[in-house]
Design a protein around this ligand. Structure first.
Ligand SMILES: *[C@@H]1O[C@H](CO)[C@@H](O)[C@H](O)[C@H]1NC(C)=O
Ligand SMILES: *[C@@H]1O[C@H](CO)[C@@H](O)[C@H](O)[C@H]1NC(C)=O
Length: 298
């Protein structure tokens, strides 16, 4: 009886210990770090898609998920037709879910400072084209520009999830990453499919086609990622297409059409836009959050 009571009391005490909701204390620290890292990209995607479709971001939609981090710089409602806006809003809410799924598994960190301003996208496009566009590229100006700006974002998360997967130890972390990867990959495919409807259309008022611009953006990412070919535009030389037999490239993949992988370091070089995981900039002007990103910042 005494033993029963004691154990009952212990059980009650144990249950009463305030645990952080859903956090699994048994996850290896390396899994925790690898699950926290993609929060940087999920915050970016959530804010970019929310602002574009609603004109406001996480502070209105899910303030709990911000962890009190600063609001993003330069978020804006995009000039979209109703159907595209509907798709972007679906993506936006999916990213809110991704943030919650990660934060229910690991503690995470507050939203880092994000720069989703038109200026930042204009700079990326200038870097990709190695020239200064005039007028500057405006991601929020119209449907096509917004889709091109979106081409810049989920694909990096996708390659990061593919890269994280073989490094994970626990079944719980692998399950979560596979689930996040599936949806990121689907978002990228939708964006690419919409752009592939008119690959030879000019991106007004510039003298460049949609396909060429995606090619330049992908080449820029290959250059600053510094690990070779992991990114491909919508139209590629035959040898890069599926089975080396087709130049249409609505979905990117390697020789066997297996998705490319990127390490956190490569992801940081790209989202910072600096080609150096120790030099913040671009979408994350003060650097990313979490142990992996912070370890490169002094
Ligand atoms: C946000 O946090 C508050 C207080 O912890 C809670 O009452 C509320 O349900 C949470 N909202 C969401 C959307 O999770
Ligand atoms: C990256 O930046 C750090 C800090 O400025 C510098 O020490 C390092 O040499 C740079 N790495 C490369 C490969 O340029």
């Amino acid at each position: 009886m005494l033993t029963y009571l004691t154990s009952a009391i212990f059980t009650c005490l144990f249950l009463a210990v305030p645990t952080t909701k859903g956090h699994n204390p048994s996850l290896p620290q390396s899994d925790v770090n690898l699950l926290e890292f993609p929060l940087n990209l999920e915050y970016l995607e959530a804010e970019f898609f929310l602002f574009a479709s609603l004109g406001y971001g996480l502070d209105q939609v899910a303030p709990n998920l911000t962890g009190g981090g600063p609001p993003p710089i330069g978020g804006k409602m995009a000039n979209l037709d109703p159907r595209t806006r509907d798709i972007v809003l679906q993506f936006a809410y999916q990213e809110v879910g991704h943030l919650r799924a990660i934060k229910n598994t690991v503690k995470g960190f507050p939203r880092p400072l994000l720069d989703i301003s038109a200026d930042n996208f204009a700079k990326i496009i200038n870097d990709a084209l190695k020239q200064t566009l005039n007028p500057p590229f405006d991601p929020y100006a119209n449907r096509l520009n917004y889709l091109l700006a979106s081409y810049i974002i989920p694909y990096v998360g996708l390659t990061g999830y593919v890269g994280a997967n073989p490094k994970l130890q626990s079944a719980q972390a692998k399950r979560l990453v596979a689930g996040l990867l599936g949806v990121e990959s689907a978002q990228d495919a939708v964006i690419r499919t919409l752009l592939y409807e008119q690959p030879l259309q000019k991106v007004k008022p510039y003298d460049i086609t949609v396909a060429d611009l995606t090619d330049r953006i992908s080449k820029l990412r290959n250059t600053i990622g510094k690990q070779g070919l992991k990114d491909e535009g919508l139209i590629v030389p035959l040898e890069l297409g599926a089975e080396g037999k087709i130049s249409g490239n609505v979905i990117a993949g390697d020789r066997d059409s297996v998705a490319y992988d990127r390490s956190p370091e490569e992801v940081l070089r790209i989202v910072y836009g600096t080609g150096n995981e120790s030099v913040p900039g671009g979408f994350l002007p003060k650097g990313g959050g979490g142990q992996i990103a912070r370890s490169y910042l002094s």
